[in-house]
Structures are given as structure tokens and as C-alpha cells.
Write a protein that binds this ligand. Sequence first.
Ligand SMILES: NC(=O)c1ccc[n+]([C@@H]2O[C@H](COP(=O)([O-])OP(=O)(O)OC[C@H]3O[C@@H](n4cnc5c(N)ncnc54)[C@H](O)[C@@H]3O)[C@@H](O)[C@H]2O)c1
Length: 326
Amino acid sequence: MTQNKVKGATILVTGGAGFIGSYVVEELLKYDPKKIIIIDNLIRGTHDNMRNFFNNPIVEFIEGDIRDTDLLEKCIEPCDFVFHMAALRINACAANPRDGFEVMIKATFELAELCVKHKIKKVIYSSSASVFGLAQHFPTPETDNPYDNQTFYGGAKLWGEQLFRSYKFMYSLDFAALRYFNAYGPRMDTDGKYTEVMIRWLDCIKDGKDPIIHGDGSTTMDFVYVRDIAKANVAALMADVTDENFNIGCGVETSLKELLVALLEVNNSNLTPVFLDVKTVNPVARRLADINKAKNLLQFEPNVALHEGLKELSEWYFEKKRRENL
Ligand SMILES: NC(=O)c1ccc[n+]([C@@H]2O[C@H](COP(=O)([O-])OP(=O)(O)OC[C@H]3O[C@@H](n4cnc5c(N)ncnc54)[C@H](O)[C@@H]3O)[C@@H](O)[C@H]2O)c1
């Protein structure tokens, strides 16, 4: 049995008001931590995401920016463990690489320095499948090379992984990096500038408009449900692993066309897709994770299949829209 390392621990979650971060906080709360500190500037995170634990006395929410190094130090100082999840989206990095540099690279560097200074026992770093660009093999193992990535975001995530590797080597800072594939589920951003395609299609279903696919819909992704990702995060903390990268996906390849058909099915919708020109920041045509390493070393098992996850996403989306219209 793995030791419960969360019990009695003080834990920082950067970006804990965000989509995945809020589920990581909920998952951690099941294991009896002493305290969870969240730092989030709410650029995308929301109070609503934190609804289930906002009034829990164990959780302290600090509205602030990880670029504020003094504030970050105050957050890290009392902690045993750090989940580093605050980041800009891939499109936000492309739109403003300088912001991308400051948040994804500089603030992550300061965070690593502070983790060494304050003897953090382990960092769980949110990396991304974007580090691969278009991978060489499908399913893609962690060992595929990252030289085909073309995005600033993917480059920044890879740099973060390498930063933690070097800090493990130089300063014995333990870490695990989780390369999420395509995360989805309730609490996905529905109104921001960079919403995901599923949300744009749900908007179409709500408004009775035919949903748009940019390209021919053959681009594939590996969709992984947000609660499964949260479990992988906690497992990466608990397991006796360090200096490792893990793919966190479902191990199932789904084309955008198949995704749309599934989303229409779970919503009993008879709208028909409209195909328009390709329009994307991320030029990757195919994604499929080899998740054997996470299965073997973290006992990671994706539990939520696509139809079930899309159903939960849809129910949450329509309930949210209903509340907004009250
Ligand atoms: N969603 C995905 O499909 C996916 C895939 C791969 C990797 N990731 C990574 O997982 C992590 C969580 O992603 P998410 O999908 O929950 O995104 P998200 O945008 O919902 O969460 C990120 C959070 O960080 C906060 N944040 C951003 N900049 C900040 C700053 N300067 N200071 C403080 N807080 C800041 C945002 O307000 C947000 O709440 C990120 O590191 C992301 O890059 C996500």
C-alpha cells in the first residue's frame, strides 16, 4: 500500500482556481491534508470552480500572481509539496509570447528556486503533450523526442520539465512532470477568449446552429477526463517516483469528427457539421498517448470513457447556462 503522503501535509496548488487545478484540490482533500494554499490570479480561474471547497477552513485562497516572487515565496515557505499548474493557454502564449515567457518560464524558474530554498519534498509539474509536437510513434511513449514541437507553449512546458530535471540533479529537488493530453470535463472555460472546441460546439447545440469544424475533422486527439487527471496528480505525489515524466491520456484516439458525432449523440441533437478552412495555432494532426508508464508506476487508470465524460460535460454546461439566464 502506498503511504498517504498528503495526510498532515501543507500543499501549494498554483492555478488551483482553474479547470484542472480545482479538481486536484478536491482530490487532495480526500486524503486529509493539514492545509492547501491556492495562488491564482483568476485570469481564467473562477470562484465558481472553487465552490465545493471555498469555505473549507483547510483551504486558503490567495488571489495573486505567480510573477510576484515575494508573494510566491510566502505561499511556498510553509509547504511540504507544490503542484505547479498555473500557466497560460497555448493560444495566449502565441498571441503574446512575452507574457508566455514571464508566466511559463520566468515564474516557473523562481518557483523552482523557492522550492529548493524552502526544502519542498516534491513538485508535481503540469506539463503537456504539446512537448512532442507531432510525435514519431502512435501510441506515443514518453521517450519520443520533442524536436517536432513548433509552439511557444510546448517549448515552455519542455523547458519546465528540463528545469526540474536539472534541479533534481543539482539540488535533489524531487519532481514528477505530467504530460496531459486533451483534458475535458465540467468547469472547462465557457466564456473566455480561448475556449475549447467542445464548448464552441455546445454553444451551437444550445443555439440550434450547425457546429463548425475547421479542416476535414480528421485531426485526432486523446481525450482524458478531468477527474482522471486529478487522480493522476495525487498518485504522482504519493508514489515513490521522482525525476520522471508521465503521459496522462486515455489511450484512445478520437478524431474531431468522431468527437462531434459523440457530442451530438449524447445531446440527442440532429445538427450537421459545417466544414470550414483550417484555423489553428497548434499544427498537430494526431495525438494518442501510450499510458503504460503511468499505469505501471502510478497505478493510473482512466476511468471515464468519452461518452460518459461528454454527458457530464454537457449536463454541467446546460445547467451553467440555465443559472446564468436566471
Ligand atoms: N486543459 C488541457 O487540456 C491541458 C493539457 C495539457 C496541459 N495542461 C496544463 O495543465 C495546467 C492546468 O490547465 P487548465 O486546463 O486547468 O487551465 P486553466 O487556465 O483553467 O488553469 C490555469 C490557472 O492558472 C491561473 N493563472 C494563469 N496565469 C497565472 C499567473 N500569472 N498567476 C497566478 N495564476 C495564474 C489561471 O487563472 C487558471 O486558473 C496548466 O499548466 C496547463 O498548461 C492543460
